[in-house]
Design a protein around this ligand. Structure first.
Ligand code: NAP
Ligand code: GCO
Length: 259
């Protein structure tokens, strides 16, 4: 099990106050890592710190917006000074706007691209020098079904997550020589605050997703913990530029055949 041991590692999860980010941080803590996370305001960081403390997890919280390059660089420098050089980075922070293209403003489109695609670029670029100096590291980008598939009303999100898939591959090929493995996790439909509007009782999308998922259920954040530990550990030291889809079979499925 040493292959999956993260003892002595520092893991940084962006947007780690709750949701998928929090669950991944929990997993890294279970495997022995020290947890660092950020959020865009102190109130959310404080809520996250309280949650980690309640779970008995040693965590350090920082306030910065992943789209603010100066803020990110200052935040990473503070983390390296106060906690240490980051060994594992998860670019998890993200938003979605569900608006038909013809009704979506360029401003809204840009905001999704900025957070979901530019953010991972900015944070990865800030963290990589410390990893290179340290002899290596792990970067995990949280992609999506929308890295591969389209769906009405999520054009900006799909463009961002499709770009994030290719950014993952490009960072992987640029930094492999420094023993940095850059990979992605592509969750299916997971029960978090982000998908809460789609899971309201009686919402037609809920039945649609259950039917579109061979496992016939929404994913849970716990479903993502094992894959994340794998990509964060020495068990994946020769895995580069791979997107690991954790989707209950969605991408393998053409759809339920008529009876
Ligand atoms: P969520 O519940 O909406 O949480 C997103 C987190 O990101 C929040 O902590 C949020 O903080 C933070 N965040 C947003 N903008 C930020 C910024 N500019 N700077 C720093 N932090 C920021 O989302 P989730 O469902 O846990 O999803 C997490 C990631 O997984 C996202 O990248 C999402 O696209 C991806 N994903 C989700 C699903 C799913 O089904 N849920 C499936 C595939 C991929 P605030 O609350 O303070 O805004
Ligand atoms: C949506 C959902 C999805 C999920 C996820 C699927 O509106 O279609 O929010 O985009 O968040 O990205 O992998």
């Amino acid at each position: 099990m040493k292959l999956f041991d993260l003892t002595g590692k520092i893991a940084m999860v962006t947007g780690g106050s709750y949701g998928i980010g929090y669950a991944l941080a929990q997993a890294f803590a279970m495997a022995g890592a020290k947890i660092v996370f950020n959020d865009i305001n102190q109130e959310m960081v404080d809520k996250g710190l309280a949650a980690y403390k309640a779970d008995g997890i040693e965590a350090y919280g920082y306030v910065f917006d992943v789209t603010d390059e100066d803020g990110v660089n200052a935040g990473i420098a503070q983390i390296e000074k106060e906690v240490g050089v980051i060994d594992i980075l998860v670019n998890n922070a993200g938003i979605i706007k569900r608006i038909p293209v013809l009704e979506m403003s360029a401003k809204d489109f840009r905001q999704v691209i900025d957070i979901d695609l530019n953010g991972p670029f900015i944070v990865s670029k800030a963290v990589a020098p410390g990893m290179i100096a340290k002899g290596g590291g792990k970067i995990i980008n949280i992609c999506s079904m929308m890295s591969e598939l389209g769906r009405e009303t999520v054009s900006a999100y799909a463009a961002a997550k499709g770009g994030l898939k290719m950014l993952t591959k490009n960072l992987a090929v640029e930094w492999a020589e420094h023993n940095i493995q850059v990979n992605g996790i592509g969750p299916g439909y997971i029960a978090t605050p982000q998908t809460a509007p789609l899971r309201e009782p009686g919402h037609p999308f809920n039945d649609f997703i259950i039917g579109r998922t061979p496992a016939a259920r929404w994913g849970t954040t716990e479903d993502l913990q094992g894959p994340a530990i794998f990509l964060a550990s020495s068990a994946s030291d020769f895995v580069n530029g791979h997107i690991l889809y954790v989707d209950g079979g969605i991408l393998a499925y053409i759809g339920k055949q008529p009876k």
